[in-house]
Design a protein around this ligand. Sequence first.
Ligand code: HEM
Ligand SMILES: *[C@@H]1O[C@H](CO)[C@@H](O)[C@H](O)[C@H]1NC(C)=O
Length: 246
Amino acid sequence: MKPVLHFYVTYFLCLTLGVLCVVFVLYWNTTWRGGFAWDGSAHQFNWHPVMMVTGLVVLYGNAAVLYRIPSTWAKKKQPWKLLHAGLLFLALLLSVLGLCAAFDFHNANHIPNLYSLHSWVGISTTAFFTFQWVLGLTAFLLPCSPITFRKLVKPVHVWMGSIIFVMSVASCLTGINEKLIFISQGKTNATQRYPALPPEYVFANILGVLILAFGLVVLKILLNQRWQRPEEGHNENTRLLAVEHS
Ligand code: HEM
Ligand SMILES: *[C@@H]1O[C@H](CO)[C@@H](O)[C@H](O)[C@H]1NC(C)=O
């Protein structure tokens, strides 16, 4: 397969899996978890998985692979930088709101905060992400930021970007697992518990697998050297043309 075609097939898979993740997390919480509210109840908590999956996985993942789209390479980078930062701002906003939903729910119901492995991995993920976003804005979008500073920050930014994404997928997988075990504990009828695998649990397990698959496709795009945007100032598209003819 030609490299450009190979990219777009992978990218299509990435977009499809991203949409499926959002649809699945919404369907799970409306069909089996009673839907949404902002009143300190379990219905407020339901915003937590929806906002975390949509923000810190799907929007974040899509923002991360944005520069790899070959049809954008011949164009100026600035608008794509703004879109990258904008999508990540939305991701940050959703993850802060999603955390508020979880913390509010805990506080309103006198449940301790930050006791689980999930919450530790999750809070570290959002802390790193906030730091990364502010540093990225300072280094790459502030016009007065010196070029030496940009060159220094860039490799750290690229590496941290992937690390945060992996941590985000890990947070979701532990979160789904924990939620399923919690709701199973409340059931007295054995046929409705996790080991009996009623439909809700099957569905949420599939959501976890979809998140993992989305994560692997995003990483595949990020780690492929041939799909990197050629550096500014170099002959645009030369790299892509070179691989196309090889
Ligand atoms: C990037 C994704 C996620 C992050 C960063 C994250 C982060 C957090 C944090 C920091 C808490 C602690 C709140 C508190 O102590 O008051 C928490 C709680 C919780 N989260 Fe998530 N979460 C994520 C995704 C999910 C998903 C997809 C689910 C699936 C249902 C989930 C289920 C839970 C549950 C059940 C709790 C309450 C129990 C606990 O504190 O561990 N989380 N999350
Ligand atoms: C347990 O749940 C199943 C399925 O929801 C139901 O058919 C069954 O009657 C329940 N058993 C008891 C003892 O409530």
